[in-house]
Design a protein around this ligand. Structure first.
Ligand code: ZN
Ligand code: ZN
Length: 293
């Protein structure tokens, strides 16, 4: 069923590597809901959602959790940057790294920030302005020196941020909404599907469209199926549902992502064994993981 596997390597944050060229994905934060520093989570990592995608010379960032700070510390050397940041949604764990992203303080950089989950009357600019506001935060959004623009779209739109890069989107099943992404570049597909809760009446048709034939499917697998009954309506899914979706859509490599803050490294090791048994080639995301579709 599976074709050639996606190449996967891991290097630590302290090695200071970014994803590099071609079509590559690097994980800077893999944790859901809240950062979980400490020895019990050191191997998989405690930083919240932050992913670097390289499409040739183009740099795309997915979400801006606490992992983004480490990426930013390295990216300052790549200025001037011209970069797109796509948000699944604006829950705190996906935006809290923004104010600590050093490239925002470099005037030679340009960023376009995209979100598709906000309804009428709300904009990404307003959400982030109100997030960086006293007394919740000491400095306002206007503190940034880089040129930053804000693009609101509708989940379901197809985006073409640059020649050769197509990004298809769809709404996910999450409180306050979220957007799933399907990034197509150089004949390959990376799908980023978090945060989302699976449907109880069958596989989610919107998700199936985004992951159809994908080389890499990054999926909100916060829970196991056994844990799920006590987490209904929390807006997250399970690794077993990820396997069902990946099998139905002919995905090459499933990547388990958005780890529950209560799941320590030993727990994730067990998930890794169970998931790879259920679907050989399945990977549990960890900080420093680099995938080359
Ligand atoms: Zn989240
Ligand atoms: Zn969320």
């Amino acid at each position: 069923m599976q074709a050639a596997r996606v190449r996967a390597t891991v290097s630590t944050v302290s090695e200071g590597k970014t994803a590099g060229g071609d079509f590559q994905v690097r994980f800077w934060g893999v944790r859901g809901s809240i950062a979980t520093p400490g020895p019990a989570t050191a191997r998989y990592g405690g930083n919240t959602s932050s992913i670097e995608v390289r499409c040739g010379k183009r740099l795309i960032l997915l979400d801006a959790g606490t992992g983004m700070r480490y990426l930013g510390n390295i990216l300052v050397a790549e200025a001037p940057l011209d970069t797109d940041i796509f948000f699944t949604h604006t829950h705190f764990d996906h935006v809290c790294g923004l104010p600590f992203f050093k490239p925002f303080f470099q005037p030679q950089n340009s960023f376009r920030l995209w979100a598709g989950h906000l309804g009428a009357g709300m904009t990404l600019h307003r959400v982030l302005r109100e997030f960086m506001m006293a007394p919740l935060f000491p400095v306002p959004l206007g503190i940034f020196a880089a040129d930053i623009s804000f693009d609101d779209f509708h989940a379901g739109d197809t985006l073409r941020p640059h020649p050769g890069i197509t990004i298809r989107t769809a709404p996910l099943n999450h409180p306050n909404g979220a957007t799933g992404y399907r990034i197509e570049y150089a004949g390959k597909v990376v799908a980023y599907i978090t945060d989302t809760e699976h449907r109880r009446d069958g596989l989610d048709a919107d998700v199936l469209k985004l992951i159809d034939g994908a080389d890499v499917m990054i999926y909100d697998a916060s829970y196991t199926d056994a844990e799920y009954p006590t987490h209904r309506d929390w807006g997250h899914s399970t690794w077993e549902e990820g396997v069902r979706l990946a099998n139905a859509a002919g995905v090459k490599t499933l990547v388990i992502f958005h780890h529950d803050p209560g799941h320590d490294d030993d727990f994730m090791d067990r998930v890794a064994i169970d998931a790879a048994t259920a679907r050989p080639g399945t990977i549990v995301a960890q900080e420093g993981l680099v995938l080359r579709p």
